[in-house]
Structure formats: C-alpha cells, structure tokens
Ligand binder design. Structure first.
Ligand code: ADP
Ligand code: MG
Length: 260
C-alpha cells in the first residue's frame, strides 16, 4: 500500500529525518512512535502529501506520491490531525459533509448521495444526539470523534492519524482506538497512526516503526519493539515490560528512580 524509500527531510539546514525505509501492507494497522521531536508528524505529513520530501520516494498504491493530483490523493487518503477541525461555528453534520469535498464537482455535487453514509458514521460514533450542535458546544472527546468522522466519511483506503488520543481520558482513548479498529475490520482500510502512548501502540498495531532523532531505530511487531533496552535507548528511561494478562501483548510499567 505504501512504500517509503530512503526518505530524507531537512527544515532549513537542519536534517529532521534521514534514511527512512519501510513499507505498509494493505489493511495493516501501522504505528509510528518515538520521543517528542523525533520526526513523527513530519513523516506523516510527507505521507499525506502536505509537505515535500528532499530525498527518496514515497509510493502509494504503486504510484509515486509526487505524481498524484491533490484531489486524487484526497480520494484515497484521509488524515486526522490534532487541529484538523474547521473553525468553531460549524455544526457536526456540516463538518462531516465537508469530508465529502474530494468527491464533489465544482458545483458541490456528488455522483452518489452520501447522506446514508454520513448517517451511518454519525450513528457509529455516537454523535446522533449532537449532530446539530456547533463545534464549540462539544467536549474534547466529542470533537475528536467528529474529526474522526470527517475522515471516515471520505471512505479512505488509507487513514492517517497523528496522536489521535492526546488530550482524551482513558475511556475515550479506548473508545476512539476501538472505533478505528472496528472500522478497519469492516472496510479493510490501511491505518498509519502516530501514537505517543506505547501501551496503546502495542495493543492496536500490527507493526510499529520506532523513530529517534530523525532516524529509524527499528520496524517490527510489538514484541520486537517493546523491549526495555530499546525503550531505554530511545526514551532514556528503562521501563519494566510485562505481558498483558488478557491481550498477551507487551505493556510497559514506568519505574521511578526515587522509589516511594
Ligand atoms: P514529532 O511529531 O515526533 O514530535 P516533528 O516531526 O513535529 O516531531 O518535528 C521533528 C523536528 O523538526 C523537531 O526538531 C521540530 O522542531 C522540527 N520541525 C518541525 N516542523 C518544523 C518546521 N515547519 N520548521 C522547522 N523545523 C520544524
Ligand atoms: Mg508530532
């Protein structure tokens, strides 16, 4: 689905990503983790075509990214960004309708009526009672679900998420991740998610790319990535890694140097 071949990127004179090389399979749930400033958002923005890369190539569905027209790309991929919502004042349903923009002609008309699809997604996200509210009348968790809804109504083949659970409490974190996973199971969408929470990354991702100071440390399944030594090398703190009692996946426990 995606091939990232030897990507390098500098802002002004500073290299922020180099020698990035991995591929994402169709239908995969692929995670990107790494400390603050390691280049995760930059990488995701390059995959979504928002910013150019200096060296290398990104190929999406066997076609180099630079050969895509903007609208053509928008018909394939959708992005959930931290600040991805339109200014306040828009209503929930209006925001969802904006997600259909890539499929409309210049008159704002669509070949197929998307109303049923939008209804279905509003229902799935538990936003039915809120659909006439404006964005400023929503909580953080509700807003994040609206942002996800706007991405899902595009029916993307590729869904890109940048720290979708930041600022959400644990209930909403799991709810949002489960919605994405459920949507992935029914539609087969490929998901690439930047996640700052290592435990969530381990629970939801098939494979994970770990970045450190703009370099690719490793790509692998949760068991390969979630080791105390690798995490210590990258994050500078050595956690205890144990298997999740229900999901049989590695989870980390942070360890204080001070004791209690
Ligand atoms: P992450 O998402 O992992 O926290 P980013 O991709 O946002 O990291 O940033 C990687 C590095 O690039 C950081 O050092 C950041 O300061 C720098 N950076 C990000 N965006 C810009 C920009 N528009 N101009 C200059 N430097 C930037
Ligand atoms: Mg970021």
């Amino acid at each position: 689905m995606i091939q990232v071949n030897g990507i390098q990127k500098a802002y002004q004179q500073t290299t922020v990503l180099k020698e990035i090389e991995f591929s994402v399979c169709k239908g995969e749930f692929f995670g990107i983790i790494g400390p603050n400033g390691s280049g995760k958002s930059t990488l995701l923005k390059m995959i979504s075509g928002v910013i150019p890369y200096d060296v290398g190539e990104i190929v999406i569905q066997d076609k180099p990214l630079r050969k895509y027209a903007r609208k053509e790309l928008a018909q394939i991929l959708a992005v959930l960004e931290q600040e991805g919502l339109p200014p306040v004042g828009f209503r929930v349903r209006e925001v969802m309708e904006m997600g259909r923009f890539p499929f409309q002609n210049w008159l704002g008309e669509e070949a197929e009526d998307a109303t049923a699809l939008i209804d279905e997604i509003i229902e799935m996200l538990g936003l039915s009672a809120l659909e006439d509210r404006t964005l400023d009348q929503l909580s953080g968790g509700e807003k994040q679900r609206v942002a996800l809804g706007k991405a899902l109504v595009q029916k993307p083949k590729l869904l890109l998420l940048d720290e979708p659970t930041t600022y959400l409490d644990i209930g909403y974190q799991i709810q949002l991740m489960d919605i994405v996973k459920g949507w992935q199971k029914t539609t087969g969408v490929t998901v690439v998610a930047v996640l700052h929470d290592l435990n969530l990354a381990s629970l939801y991702c098939d494979r994970i790319l770990m970045l450190h100071k703009g370099k690719q440390v490793q790509v692998g399944g949760p068991r390969e990535i979630m080791t105390s030594s690798l995490i210590e090398d990258v994050y500078g703190t050595r956690p205890i890694v144990m298997e999740h009692p229900v999901h049989q996946l590695p989870q980390i426990f942070l360890k204080s140097e001070m004791g209690k």
